[in-house]
Design a protein around this ligand. Sequence first.
Ligand SMILES: [Ca+2]
Length: 287
Amino acid sequence: MAVKKCISVLLAVLLLAAICTVAAPAAEGDVSIRGITFESEGSICEEAYQGGATAACLFDGDTLSEATAFDTAGVLLVKNTQATATEAVIPACSFTLELSEQASVSAIKFSLLHQVQAMIGVPESVKVEYSEDDETYYNAGTFPIDTTADIDTGNFEGAKVEDVTVDVSDFRVNAKYILLTFTFGDIPAYKGDKDYWTTTTNYGYTSLEWIGFTEIGVQTAAPAEESSETPVDTSSETTAQTSSAAPGGSSSPASSVPTTGDSGLTALIVIAVAAIAAAVLVTKKRT
Ligand SMILES: [Ca+2]
């Protein structure tokens, strides 16, 4: 009987632990990022993950907000391989975000790393498209990106990470896939010299060489009411939207980058159910 009592107590403790964990659910509307894939038309841009990181560093919940150097592990630098071409080449690079489930997305959030004196500038804009099936994409607009990067005078020392939020709540974005296309911005000045990178011997840049990222994610809204409206495919349009990109500092906390996976929750529920079933079994045997 002592053994059975021990088992009963053990199961009760397991059950309690499972209930306590399940009782602290993720915020409503949270979805996780399942994967991010990089693409660059014509392979003009290349990925350069720092410190042996992989694409997973873009959705690990860490924006590296304290980073002061571009070679910090977990930074993704994107290189314009045509930065010294005879004619300026302004490239774009894309990230496709696969969400854990189809969700109502209210904002796109990303963290940029810039270090203007190391020729790491900022993207000029981001085009936001969304899809339910990764085949048909709908356009939610192209948004200018505003940061505090000192492009004009280049007097900022060190690297700086800035959070940017792009509000897409007007577009009723309901998607499982988000396609973000970043267009490179201007070459930054170097310590007050606007022509430093273009005229200095051995440099000869004609366009910006680097942009940097530490995190990319989405902010989800409470599920919208069921609607029979079919979104209009505007993927052929190129109309620019007025700015709704907020510069760093005004973004909300990291709630958009959940770290609790569905699999963990599922496992706990399974444990809880198993514990209840076993406890009932033991109780019945004892009576
Ligand atoms: Ca990160």
